[in-house]
Write a protein that binds this ligand. Structure first.
Ligand SMILES: O=P(O)(O)OC[C@@H](O)[C@@H](O)c1c[nH]c2ccccc12
Length: 260
């Protein structure tokens, strides 16, 4: 079993437990009271790099990254530094996150918030929007084409902006054929968990320029951002470097508005 398969198996167990507690109809009903979705695309399409700053406690590859007692406070620092959006890891077993983190972050900032998780069922998209999420991640490697299309369509019906994540050429072709307007290239290899910083430059030319290209993983500072912008990225998604930075606000600021 691959790391991704193992993570998804755990995610499915947790999801069924939540669904047993809160039936789909109840989550749907909660949508009536939720704040309308915020649109990240205008900022993403504007000149200079946009940063999606991530709230991330730990990861399968690195283990413990940071003690984040107050995700809302961290997110407020990110927003003060000019983050275009905040990503919140909500997966519990491997990343130590939760939907409560996402709710707290959404209430603390004015920028759009991404639910970063392993989404395989419509229920998770409903939960995301009901918790206030404005964007959701769909990982192409975790979904067959029917599932990818169904979830992509459903997310958009809910008003979510979808970040479609790819790792290789075949996945990139699937994302482009889907009509995804926001495509993230994850430099982390899902089998070895190693980051290969040549991945974005290899895959970006396969993505038409009318889509917004996001460089994900392993980004440590403005010099990395400049390189990915030169290779076609408009947006960078940064986790580890920012959660470990004693000055997350300054960290985001240094990576925002970077041009090639
Ligand atoms: O902490 P980093 O190396 O800056 O990476 C952030 C982000 O790219 C990474 O957390 C990520 C990208 N895609 C994912 C999918 C699931 C979980 C996590 C991720």
């Amino acid at each position: 079993m691959s790391v991704l398969d193992e993570i998804v198996a755990g995610v499915r167990l947790d999801l069924e437990a939540r669904r047993a507690g809160v039936p789909e109809a109840d989550v749907r009903a909660a949508l009536a009271d939720v704040d309308p979705p915020r649109d990240p695309m205008p900022h993403f399409r504007a000149a200079g790099s946009s940063v999606i700053a991530e709230v991330k406690r730990r990861s399968p590859s690195k283990g413990h990254l940071a003690e984040i007692a107050d995700p809302a406070e961290l997110a407020a620092h990110y927003a003060a530094g000019g983050a275009a959006a905040i990503s919140v890891l909500t997966e519990q077993r491997r990343f130590g996150g939760s939907l409560d983190d996402l709710r707290a972050v959404r209430a603390a900032v004015d920028v759009p918030v991404l639910r970063k998780d392993f989404i395989v069922e419509e229920y998770q998209l409903l939960e995301a929007r009901a918790a206030g999420a404005d964007l959701a991640l769909l990982i192409v490697a975790a979904l067959d084409d029917d599932r990818l299309r169904a979830l992509h369509e459903y997310a958009r019906e809910l008003g979510l902006t979808v970040l479609v994540e790819v790792h290789d050429e075949a996945e990139t072709e699937r994302a482009v054929a889907l009509g995804a307007e926001l495509i993230g290239v994850n430099a982390r290899n899902l089998k070895t968990l190693a980051v290969d910083d040549a991945t974005f430059g290899r895959l970006a030319p396969l993505i038409p320029d009318d889509r917004v290209k996001v460089a994900e993983s392993g980004i440590t500072g403005p010099q990395d951002v400049r390189r990915f912008v030169a290779e076609g990225a408009r947006v960078v998604l940064v986790g580890e470097a920012l959660v470990k930075d004693g000055d997350p606000e300054g960290g985001v600021r240094s990576m925002t508005g970077v041009t090639a």
